[in-house]
Design a protein around this ligand. Structure first.
Ligand SMILES: [Zn+2]
Length: 68
């Protein structure tokens, strides 16, 4: 099981993209990017540095951010 760190507060809307693409994750400790497909190939979800907590990298998306 991947220990995901959810930093997003907003919920995903129903506007789910039809296309699926590789999601990349960054190791929380060393920052190494690992593709989702690479992680799924591993017998154990673990970074090369041994850390197991990843954050999801999101592709740059232009969107409106709510001002608080
Ligand atoms: Zn790492």
């Amino acid at each position: 099981m991947i220990n995901m760190v959810e930093e997003e507060i907003e919920e995903e809307t129903e506007e789910t993209p039809v296309e699926t693409f590789d999601v990349s994750y960054s190791c929380l400790r060393c920052g190494t990017s690992v593709l989702n497909s690479e992680l799924s190939r591993l017998p154990e979800i673990k970074c090369i540095c041994g850390f197991r907590v990843f954050t999801k990298d999101r592709p740059p998306v232009v969107k409106t951010v709510k001002a608080i």
